[in-house]
Design a protein around this ligand. Structure first.
Ligand code: 5GP
Length: 177
């Protein structure tokens, strides 16, 4: 492991939880028209592992977003930088996100996607920081709850780096807010 980094959720622990989530989603969406909508970039590894644990026909699409904020927190001013490639009306949309922190990004995404008339709209997030919630976010499938720390790895970055780590960790010392 690199110096200045501490692992908080290991590779095997992530794999086991992703398997459980995949099994649960497989049961819940049997016979439905499942469309996974992954939020770029942070959820790309989670999506790749999760979709292979779902034993159902499904489609995958991506939403690129950017939020204006300081280095480690969001301002809540969010913009779609790359839209879905297919309409999602009539589909059972499951948003796949890396982390719900203040909840502002998810609130924006859910409001936006709801206007497109999906058959259903639910949320699957790998991580949740409940202590930082600023708006109530419905989370239907949750990997892990994390404390109020800035996490990296398994898709999550700090200044564009660390996404390729196979585990979730924290920088030590933590980045300045
Ligand atoms: P929210 O709008 O819920 O405050 O933040 C959501 C977005 O902020 C996430 O999709 C993620 O991109 C970023 N974010 C929030 N907390 C963390 C964190 O601890 N680590 C990293 N790498 N990104 C985070």
């Amino acid at each position: 492991m690199d110096e200045g980094m501490r692992q908080i959720i290991g590779k095997e622990q992530i794999a086991a939880r992703v398997r459980e989530l995949g099994a649960q989603i497989t049961r819940d969406y049997a016979g439905r028209n499942l469309n996974l909508v992954a939020v770029l970039k942070g959820s790309f590894l989670f999506l790749a592992d999760l979709c292979r644990e779902i034993q159902l026909p499904l489609t995958v699409d991506f939403l690129g977003i950017s939020s204006y904020g300081d280095r480690t927190t969001t301002s809540g001013v969010i913009r779609i930088t790359s839209d879905l490639t297919q309409p999602c009306n009539g589909k059972d949309v499951l948003v796949v996100e890396d982390i719900v922190d203040t909840g502002l990004t998810m609130r924006y995404l859910l409001d936006n996607l709801a206007t497109r008339k999906p058959a259903s709209l639910k949320v699957c997030t790998l991580l949740h920081k409940p202590s930082r919630a600023r708006v109530k976010t419905p989370i239907d499938y949750l990997g892990f709850t994390v404390p109020d720390v800035f996490v990296i790895g398994y898709g999550l970055d700090y200044q564009g780096r660390y996404r390729n780590l196979p585990f979730i960790g924290v920088l030590d010392p933590p980045p300045a807010p």
